[in-house]
Ligand binder design. Structure first.
Ligand SMILES: Cc1cc2nc3c(=O)[nH]c(=O)nc-3n(C[C@H](O)[C@H](O)[C@H](O)COP(=O)(O)OP(=O)(O)OC[C@H]3O[C@@H](n4cnc5c(N)ncnc54)[C@H](O)[C@@H]3O)c2cc1C
Length: 296
């Protein structure tokens, strides 16, 4: 069985910041990350807008991640990549899974930094078929920016939060046709700066008080039915891709069994998007550092 004073689950911005803060206090720290790389969502974010508060510099997500990953490589932190934490018990034992099989780790303190989940198609009230060509925004971003895969050329984006707007702009800059950003509220929900970039600079049509209510197509998506919520009128729009940017949910199922009377044990801290969904990465980093200091 492995042994660690501090176990950190998740190697995104929050987990990396927590591990660096803990290493400065000389505690034996183990960081486990499911992916083969550190950074969480950051390496797939090739746009600028990261680190303005923490570094007073305008970095891409990938650059922001590299700053922390570089420091971690030189810090006394044990790192297990390609490793998923499957369970955590009240007895302070975590069950890990990687290509060596199952492994237990006994720990004294735990920081959960597991990020958040995108709301998938199955959780949305959208009827019709389930063909290829429907992606969450994060999936589309990963496919384009990390793996160089294509997602199709005639795209509808559902949801106008910052992630929907940023991705719509990237699709446009890649030469794809963004047919519409569809938002059920009467106004767009992302930051004014992102709204300006999408609607004014890239001239992407933004349809508010509207939603996608049905998907058409057998193998590949061929069209969606759009419903205008004020009038109830529906129209069919041909497309090759539907990108869902319908919201994020903190990912903390792993520690749900530890809840007692609505509180977690004193040896556990949550940091980053698994605690609440942060607007910017800088506050995620600060919360990761704070979680390590609070525990140690
Ligand atoms: C498209 C997009 C655009 C953004 N734009 C900006 C921007 O312009 N400016 C800005 O400041 N911020 C931006 N953000 C927000 C910022 O990137 C995130 O808030 C921040 O990176 C989240 O960090 P995190 O560590 O909480 O979560 P994540 O980055 O999600 O990291 C969580 C990590 O935990 C791992 N994990 C989860 N469960 C387990 C498990 N059981 N076992 C092992 N590992 C596990 C995951 O693999 C992941 O690596 C953007 C985010 C996105 C998605």
């Amino acid at each position: 069985m492995l042994n660690s004073e501090l176990l950190i689950i998740g190697g995104g911005a929050a987990g990396m910041a927590a591990a660096l803060a803990a290493s400065r206090s000389g505690r034996r720290t183990l960081l486990v990350e499911r992916a083969p790389y550190l950074g969480g969502v950051l390496p797939q974010c090739l746009h600028h807008g990261f680190g303005l508060r923490y570094f007073q510099q305008d970095l891409t997500g990938a650059e922001y991640a590299r700053r922390f990953a570089g420091q971690l490589a030189a810090a006394p932190v044990q790192l297990l990549l390609n490793t998923t934490a499957l369970a955590v018990s009240r007895e302070r034992i975590a069950l890990l899974s990687n290509e060596q099989g199952l492994q237990q780790v006994a720990f004294r303190r735990l920081i959960l930094a597991s990020g958040c989940r995108e709301i998938p198609l199955g959780a949305l009230p959208i009827a019709g078929t389930r063909p290829a060509g429907v992606f969450t925004a994060g999936q589309a971003q990963q496919m384009l920016n990390l793996y160089g895969d294509d997602i199709g050329d005639r795209i509808i984006v559902l949801g106008s939060g910052d992630i929907g707007l940023i991705m719509a702009r990237q699709f446009h800059l890649l030469g794809k046709q963004v047919l519409a950003i569809v938002e059920q509220r009467p106004q767009l929900s992302g930051l004014p700066e992102h709204q300006r970039q999408c609607c004014e600079q890239c001239r992407i049509p933004c349809l508010t008080s509207a939603t996608v209510c049905e998907i058409h197509g057998r193998r590949r998506i061929e069209a969606v039915t759009l419903r205008h919520l004020d009038s109830g009128a529906e129209e069919r729009i041909a497309c090759s891709t539907l990108v869902l940017a319908a919201g994020l949910r903190p990912e903390r199922e792993l520690v749900a069994p530890l809840l007692d009377g609505g509180a977690y044990p004193a040896w556990l801290q949550l940091a980053g998007n698994c605690e609440h969904v942060h607007k910017i990465v800088d506050t995620v980093t600060l919360q990761g550092e704070q979680a390590a200091r609070a525990l140690l």
